[in-house]
Design a protein around this ligand. Structure first.
Ligand SMILES: Nc1ncnc2c1ncn2[C@@H]1O[C@H](COP(=O)(O)OP(=O)(O)OP(=O)(O)O)[C@@H](O)[C@H]1O
Ligand SMILES: [Mg+2]
Length: 600
């Protein structure tokens, strides 16, 4: 071989690791593959045991058909599968698996054990591999079915291991994955135990209605509306969708399945969002559980390494089927609060908006500003009695009302608000452009920190609220009760699936306490903060709360509200950025402006 040659065939252990990287991204992908195998094996009971979000241990036990000794050995070879035999089978898939990749991939990046027994065999076979050695095969005693134990995931790929998220996040992803399986296989019993605590136990032989209650919580599950449609080439649709008044702050409660397989699909998601357009406020998302059944020949399942995406032959028809079916399910349901105001419309940006009172770039005399929701501004805030013309000279005498000391921000001249998002302020030779959302967010964040430090963050609810929680929410509440208390939530367990909420963060003002609590818990479940580090988690949640409560980038503010905002900015140690690190304001000097106009 010439010394100039540079290309070589990689040794098997290296390309196996590369392939594993595609199949196994994180602990939840291991759980997904193992549960799929269990379901393909006809199990109706699957128990999942996890330690430390799956980094330390993932164990999946099933009561499926098991494997013979020879099959078990073969199952750990790449491209060995019992599920397909020919290329044509790829387009008539009835099983989750088809690649013969999952077990060898998982075994190559973990300390691995497979124990399995068929009904006709009186002993089980146990195959283990530690530290990349050869597989060890031995006889063992075990019930019919299969148990796979995966310890120290990515122990031999430190770079991968380093990228695993916090225990909380990985645990959340596993929970999400099992929730999806639970919804699509109500006949199968599922158990999840995390760090020796049972997260949920869902009995076998359930039906979808009952599963909805188990997975989404009784309150949400019971309010979903049935949806169905189809008969066309696009397939048939069944499932459940939320009425417009029930919404979430993210898309995570949109559960999509194609031929019983959980998928993330752009076409299906946009059809759902389109159906709710105009019925929900911008930034709010429905809860949906949709099962699409398509002729396997009309959908390609083999387009994503983790089998999470699909490609439809008739995506346009799939889109219409979903949108139309949801619209029918929702017909007769009134839009939720504030709906329609800022509904997502892809064409909205191209249509010049009709001038509205709130759109005024400057304050004009005689016009009242529209009322705006102000959860976090001063409690005695009143709608603006009047507005002041832009050319009314220096700042109005507001200091008498709020105290005689004018801070830096309060002494700026208010020029106006543009695009319902930015405040234009002026001081002598300098123009200030302030991001109203970022500024208010910073204020609320600092106020919350101050209140948390003085252990005074909670306000009692006039009437306590009982809330049904989904198992993952309940588990998060149990695990992070101390953090929720610091943020200002007062709660106690109520029965097995519910809590009673007696206090909420004082800054939440008139925000719906129920909704607010669900949103903070959603943040908690998907937090990216490091495992076991309470402080970053607390700060992250506080920042999320501040962001949620702050005036939006689309809220028209009256002059009075702007004055309050500036005064509050003076009262907290604001710094230059919002809690997420974006700048609060920037400046432009008269000199700069004159240079731009070539006056200098
Ligand atoms: N829990 C189980 N019970 C019974 N048989 C199993 C189980 N898990 C795996 N097998 C057998 O081992 C084979 C290999 O499993 P593996 O997950 O690696 O590939 P696959 O499921 O065929 O395809 P894919 O890589 O798409 O998941 C399967 O085809 C199946 O025959
Ligand atoms: Mg498989």
């Amino acid at each position: 071989m010439s010394s100039e040659n540079r290309i070589r065939v990689l040794p098997p252990q290296v390309h196996l690791k590369i392939a594993a990287g595609e199949v196994v991204e994180r602990p939840a992908s291991v759980v997904k593959e193992l549960v799929e195998n269990a379901l393909d094996a006809g199990a109706d009971r699957i128990d999942v045991l996890v330690e430390e979000g799956g980094r330390q241990l993932i164990e999946v036990m099933d009561n499926g058909c098991g494997m013979t000794r020879d099959d078990a050995r073969l199952a750990l070879e790449r491209h060995a599968t019992s599920k397909i035999a020919t290329e044509d089978d790829l387009f008539a898939l009835k099983t989750f698996g088809f690649r013969g990749e999952a077990l060898p991939s998982i075994a190559s990046v973990s300390r691995f054990l497979l124990e399995t027994r068929t009904r006709s065999s009186h002993e089980a076979v146990c195959i283990t591999r530690e530290d990349g050695d050869q597989f060890q095969v031995a006889a063992a005693g075990a019930p019919v079915g299969t148990r796979v134990r995966v310890r120290d995931l990515f122990y031999n790929i430190p770079a991968r291991r380093k990228f695993l998220k916090s225990t909380n996040t990985e645990r959340g992803a596993i929970l999400d994955c099992l929730n999806r399986f639970s919804l699509v296989h109500p006949q199968c019993g599922f158990t999840l135990v995390h760090n020796q605590k049972t997260v949920f136990q869902r009995p076998a032989g359930s039906d979808i209605r009952h599963r909805l209650l188990e997975v989404l919580g009784r309150e949400t599950g019971a309010s979903l509306l049935p949806v169905s449609g189809g008969g066309s080439a696009a397939g048939t649709l069944s499932g459940f969708v939320s009425p417009p008044v029930l919404h979430r702050s993210n898309r995570r409660s949109i559960y999509l399945f194609v031929n019983n397989r959980m998928v993330k699909d752009q076409v299906m998601t946009s059809a759902v969002l389109k159906a709710y357009q105009g019925l929900m406020e911008k930034g709010r998302y429905p809860v949906c559980v949709l099962f699409l059944t398509v002729d396997p020949a009309r959908v390609d399942m083999n387009v994503h390494p983790a089998k999470e995406e699909v490609k439809f032959a008739e995506s346009g028809q799939v889109f219409s089927l979903i949108r139309q079916s949801i619209l029918e399910a929702l017909s007769g349901y009134p839009a939720g609060e504030n709906a329609g105001i800022a509904a997502e419309d892809p064409f909205a940006a191209f249509i010049p908006p009709a001038p509205a009172a709130g759109d005024r770039a400057v304050f004009s005399p005689g016009l009242e500003d529209p009322p705006v929701r102000q959860p976090g501004l001063l409690p005695d805030w009143q709608p603006s009695p009047a507005v002041v013309p832009v050319d009314s000279g220096p700042v109005r005498e507001k200091t008498e009302r709020y105290g005689s000391e004018k801070g830096f921000f309060s002494s700026l001249q208010i020029v106006g608000q543009v695009w319902k998002s930015y405040l234009i302020l002026c001081h002598e030779e300098t123009l200030y452009l302030l991001d109203q959302h970022a500024a208010h967010e910073r204020i609320l964040y600092e106020q919350l920190q101050q209140r948390m430090n003085s252990r005074n963050a909670s306000q009692e609810l006039l009437l306590p609220i009982t809330m049904d929680l989904s198992p993952d929410e309940l588990a998060a509440v149990q695990e992070h009760g101390d953090i929720l208390a610091q943020l200002g939530f007062s709660l106690a367990p109520f029965g097995t699936n519910a809590i009673i909420l007696t206090g909420v963060p004082i800054l939440a003002g008139d925000y719906d306490p129920r909704e607010f609590f669900h949103e903070v818990i959603a943040d908690l479940l998907h937090s990216r903060s490091q495992a076991g580090k309470n402080l970053p988690l607390l700060n992250e949640l506080a920042a999320g709360m501040a962001c949620r409560l702050a005036v939006k980038a689309s809220d028209a503010l009256s002059r009075e509200e702007i004055e309050l905002l500036l005064m509050q900015l003076d009262q907290v140690d604001v710094g230059q950025t919002c809690p997420h690190g974006r700048p609060l304001y920037f400046t432009m000097s008269r000199y700069e402006m004159e240079k731009k106009f070539q006056r200098r």
